[in-house]
Design a protein around this ligand. Structure first.
Ligand code: ATP
Ligand code: TZE
Ligand code: MG
Length: 256
């Protein structure tokens, strides 16, 4: 794994503007900070353009879909497109309500760089049947095809997360094993991955390669944070992310 790229990213400390949700905002901010990125969470649509201008990358998450949050999401997405910032969309529980589907349709009327969701969320965006259960994924078949179909349909990169993560640009799809069975039990690990990938899209490499590197790195950190105790996972994960990547690289299995 190209860990020196992660070192260079940490030296730059890219500013990631993150519209998350009120449930996991703190965990996402701490994850970004531990990983060597600088989190900023906006709350007022009036400041969206100024804050997006400061940002190196932007992530938006529809976990909280009230009218005020929707206005903030629209303003941030519009500014990110105008200012050509890498833009990640996390379609939390998109299959669960009409309001979420409507908001996602609106946000996906223009281009995004990357969509990161679990299998059921990505299936909805691919136009396939889905079996999600609120924020949790259900059993979906043909995950590599679902990821590729979603990427083609929305002309963007897709990271479909789960026991195996699939990274696709619609033409090429890579399956990345990794992560821990504790991760789906900790609420917000997907939100953290989406925000982390936004920061990785600032790496000086092709966006597909950056998405693969970021997804593999996050998964391997997740493995290392697993000491068998659910309650330890999040604090272990922040500690692992905050380690120098060369130490991290020694401690975890690498891809090359
Ligand atoms: N069974 C599993 N085994 C190993 N890793 C997993 C497993 N399930 C999820 N993960 C990892 O957890 C992270 C989050 O993926 P997940 O699909 O659970 O996101 P999510 O459903 O959007 O989560 P949330 O809504 O809580 O933020 C990814 O890094 C993924 O690789
Ligand atoms: C539990 C929950 N409900 C809406 S968003 C969220 C956090 C995971 O995205
Ligand atoms: Mg999620």
């Amino acid at each position: 794994m190209e860990v020196q790229l992660i070192t260079s990213l940490q030296q730059r400390r890219p500013l990631v503007l993150a519209v998350t949700n009120f449930i996991t905002a703190g965990a996402v901010a701490n994850c970004l900070s531990a990983a060597g990125m600088s989190p900023l969470m906006p709350s007022d649509p009036a400041e969206a353009a100024e804050l997006v201008a400061l940002a190196d990358a932007v992530v938006v998450n529809i976990g909280s879909v009230g009218a005020e949050q929707a206005a903030l999401l629209r303003a941030v997405v519009t500014a990110a497109r105008q200012l050509k910032k890498p833009l990640v969309l996390d379609p939390v529980a998109v299959g669960a309500s009409q309001a979420r589907r409507q908001l996602i349709t609106e946000l996906l009327a223009g281009p995004v760089t990357l969509i990161r969701g679990n299998a059921s969320e990505i299936a909805v965006l691919a136009g396939a049947a889905s079996h999600g259960h609120g924020i949790d994924a259900g059993d979906e078949p043909n995950l590599a095809q679902v990821a590729a179909a979603c990427a083609k349909r929305h002309a963007c990169l897709v990271v479909l997360s789960g026991p195996v993560d699939y990274v696709s640009d619609g033409q090429h799809t890579k399956a990345l094993p990794g992560g821990s069975p504790l991760m789906p039990k900790v609420v917000g690990t997907g939100d953290m991955l989406s925000a982390f990938l936004a920061g990785c899209l600032t790496l000086p490499m092709a966006p597909l390669a950056a998405a693969e590197l970021g997804t593999a790195y996050f998964g391997q950190a997740g493995v290392q944070a697993d000491d068998g105790q659910l309650g330890h996972w999040l604090s272990n994960f922040l500690t692992v992310l905050a380690q120098a990547p060369h130490d991290f690289g020694k401690a975890v299995q690498t891809n090359d």
